[in-house]
Design a protein. Structure first.
Length: 280
């Protein structure tokens, strides 16, 4: 009997190997191979197709989501990418935070934060408010409709080229000013979704879906097109580099939001609700 690299099985006329082909060299995960006198027969095990059923809705008053632990995935790094789908309900009164990783006890400062303004522009702040930032062009966020936002950062690039903002797959960057910042500072607080943190300032009014962060990866313009996918979210687990964290908001009920790609699970605060209104 020949011993193989299968899971504790040898190859004889009746053995079953999990996840292996008969040549002992291929990895056919998701299949079961049964050997017989006439050869191997693959018993297909289907993989559930990707679907997007739920998003979350926040009321612009006191609803938000917060990770259960300090979010430190970007600490000391130089590269990151942020992807999110948003459907704002109305024009921002001045500004609304889509998400923020604040500095504990320090107002208007944080490791990073994505902000929606009343003129339909979007800004990503890195480290300090109004200092290091990337600005998305005005008028490209449509209220009452789903919009996809991707921000990419590589602090090692030359000044003015460190960051890009893509809205619905198109580069809408107008300002990239990272200043003298050479790496992300270490986080000191939890990650807030739908508000600024540090006291519940500037809450978001609208729906949100498929929030993802790539720590240590700068996505490309081609990735922006793929992510937008003509207005339909795509399966991020199939990317060559899957996200470090991915909050899908697919739970549909309860108060726990799972990080399907990492370990940064979160909790719903106040009346954040699930809705079947999703990008299609």
């Amino acid at each position: 009997m020949a011993v193989t690299n299968g899971w504790g099985k040898g190859v004889d006329n009746n053995s079953i190997q999990w996840g292996r082909g008969k040549d002992n060299a291929t990895n056919n995960w998701g299949k079961v191979y049964e050997t017989s006198a006439s050869g191997d027969t693959a018993l297909a095990v289907s993989t559930p197709s990707f679907s997007n059923t739920y998003s979350v809705e926040m009321d612009g008053t006191d609803d938000y989501i917060k990770t259960d632990a300090i979010y430190s995935a970007l600490d000391g790094g130089t590269k990151a990418s942020f992807s999110v789908w948003v459907k704002p309900d109305s024009g921002a009164p001045k500004l609304e935070y889509l998400f923020h990783n604040p500095r504990s006890g320090t107002a208007n400062q944080g490791q990073f934060g994505l902000v929606l303004y009343e003129d339909n522009s979007v800004q990503l702040y890195v480290q300090t408010f109004n200092v290091q930032r990337v600005l998305g062009d005005i008028s490209y966020i449509t209220y009452g409709s789903w919009n996809h936002i991707l921000v990419t950062i590589d602090l090692a690039l030359s000044a003015g080229n460190e960051a890009k903002m893509y809205i619905n797959g198109v580069d809408r960057t107008t300002t990239s000013a990272m200043g003298t910042l050479t790496n992300f500072y270490n986080a000191t607080d939890k990650f807030y979704i739908g508000e600024e943190g540090n006291g519940g300032y500037n809450p978001y009014n609208g729906k949100m879906d498929e929030l993802a962060i790539w720590a240590g990866t700068t996505l490309t313009s081609s990735d922006a097109t793929t992510l937008y996918n003509s207005g339909v979210p795509t399966d991020l687990s199939q990317f060559s580099t899957p996200p470090s964290n991915w909050w899908r908001f697919e739970e549909g009920s309860g108060t726990t939001i799972s990080d399907t790609s990492g370990s940064a699970d979160a909790t719903i605060i106040n009346q954040t609700t699930f809705t079947t209104d999703v990008p299609t």
